[in-house]
Design a binder for this molecule. Sequence first.
Ligand SMILES: NC(=O)c1ccc[n+]([C@@H]2O[C@H](COP(=O)([O-])OP(=O)(O)OC[C@H]3O[C@@H](n4cnc5c(N)ncnc54)[C@H](O)[C@@H]3O)[C@@H](O)[C@H]2O)c1
Length: 703
Amino acid sequence: MVHLAHQSISDSVSYSQFENIAFLTIQNPPVNGLGDTVREGLYSGLERAQNDSEIQAIVICGEGKMFSGGADIRQFNTPKANAKPMLRDVIKKISQSVKPVIAAIHGAALGGGLELALGCHYRIASSDAKLGLPEVNLGLLPGGGGTQRLPRLIGVEPAARMIVNAAMINSQKTLELGLIDQVVSIDILDAAIDFAKKRLVQGDQKHPVIEHLPLSPSEAQIETIRNELNPKARNARAQRAALDCVAHAGTGDFEQGLDYERARFEELVKGIESHSLRHIFFAEKQALKVKDLTDEVKAFSITTVGVIGAGTMGTGIAMAYANAGIPVTLFEVNQTALDRGLATIRKNYEATGAKGKISPEEIERRIASISSSTNLASIAQADLVIEAVFEDMEVKKKLFLELDHICKSGAILASNTSRLDVNEIASVTSRPQDVIGLHFFSPANVMRLLEVVRGSKTSLEVIATCMSMAQKIGKTPVLVGVCEGFVGNRMLTPYWREAWFLLEEGATPNQIDHALTDFGMAMGPLRMADLAGLDINWVTRKRLAPTRRPDLRYSKVADRICEAGRFGQKTGAGFYKYSPGSRLPEPDPVVDEMIKECALEAGITRRSITDAEIVERCMLALINEACWILQEGIAQRSSDVDVVYVNGYGFPAWRGGPLFYAETLGWKNVYEKLLKLRVAQGDHWAISPYLIAKAEGIASAST
Ligand SMILES: NC(=O)c1ccc[n+]([C@@H]2O[C@H](COP(=O)([O-])OP(=O)(O)OC[C@H]3O[C@@H](n4cnc5c(N)ncnc54)[C@H](O)[C@@H]3O)[C@@H](O)[C@H]2O)c1
């Protein structure tokens, strides 16, 4: 392996020489982002190598785990992002070089990293490298020439698909596409030296630069791809703009194409969608950090899992672990319930198999990793036991008492409860430090969100283990505290309450759901309630009835619907009616009558309600409750709430989550609207002190 003697030429690029080859090494951990000092270093390194008569070839490479992960996202919307030299200037310098410039890619070349490589005369990549232009994931497009060079190099259609799908492609495939010149299996620097020497010996100084390759995208090619785009995708605007740029390539002069691409990039980077998507990108990373965890606290590994209850959640949770290659034992009270659960698991896997997403062998392997039993002792040796039985405190307490006796010492005992008090559940065991809530979302094998519910006595080791385990099974964990409904479901309570009030005041279920899906929610609140099952919350409302303040307005609409035996989709009727076998909600005049009766009993004169009022009141209900949650320390930080709502409740990612949305509305504005509602409607709009402080601009920046 060659050893290079590095000399710094900027804060984050070093220059070194091996025989007649110059190496420019990007040293900007963690991902070698192309910030201002990297661009400056590359530019001056290129200049130095070109002016040095000893040098005959130049290699650009990255230190650490990859070549380059792309632009430095944290510099976006700051002067550093547009500081000269821009990536375009660096690439221009490469194209003017009479000495061949080789991109030596290991790990990954993503976004601007790949655009830099596309600007080089040659590209070689190690066999495990991944290449891609994932900018649309952040609501952006490749703004460093990617939309102009890639189609010229590999053809319009593959390039357009790679860009709009943010595809990450392995090096072998990129070789087949003609994107790179060679896949190498030896050390990337040694391979770069061999490659450069061969080129020099052959007298083949360099490839023609990509911008000189001909290109003529056809309208039909672009149109086909445009029609495949989902107009409701979180990044729809960026995908359309990126496709426009590819279409533009070849219509005029190359420099003009670059100008067009840059203008479209600037438009997106300033827009709210990209701001929101970048916020969520960082929020998900931030959510993994537990504020009071120190490096001394070590997570332990989970190699076997026991799941109790083979209903809706238990089966999904078992699949989530089987999918990650972790063996599971599934326990049920009787064989009939167990067989039903196992049949559901097989049916779900076969449905995925039928879509070609998983091979028949893999299905059998995953199913074989789930063993089953009606004997609780079968889970005694599991490192982690997750309970997913009926949502009933007495049932759960009885079970945890048994688990305390049966499970091995040090096992984590987790509850998948949606709303119950994890501390009360833990209190029946002799080891509350090992008890935690793991609130999976339905379907648990698909949904990414996992609320990790920290009890008052849960140990830091157990928290650390669950946060790390969640990532191993592909989940996005968010640490939350104990309260009624934790973060996500607790916020649903005032959200639904507002929807019911709006029904009484004059809206219809259809109008409310449409107003909120037009806003961007994946599903309206009433349709979602029908899907989740209305009976569960009815039980909760009855349980909480003694603690309800009698002076506050209360809508009887949801109770009235449940009293009629309408529990949502599963009973064929809820806020809507459903034809047998159909999930399509149909407006039901019976429900309209129930709503009118409730309004009459409450003395409400119905009026016409605008969609804007629906959205405003439902969103303000979410925002205010989220602020109470932060006030009480139930969530660690405001961005965690956004992660919960985007990943678990269908909140539009391109609006960044309820609290980022509040930020865009302006906290003062939010506060004033809430104040008006409180005066008009009463104390259920009590405003959280956290929100008031935000409006006054004094809330802590860290939350
Ligand atoms: N359904 C959801 O969308 C959802 C989402 C998140 C969390 N949860 C929570 O997950 C838990 C399970 O909900 P579900 O929707 O899967 O319910 P479910 O009714 O579909 O399944 C519960 C299963 O538990 C079994 N069971 C009951 N008592 C048992 C015991 N003592 N030992 C073993 N098995 C027992 C039942 O036979 C049944 O198969 C509840 O606490 C619920 O609040 C549900």
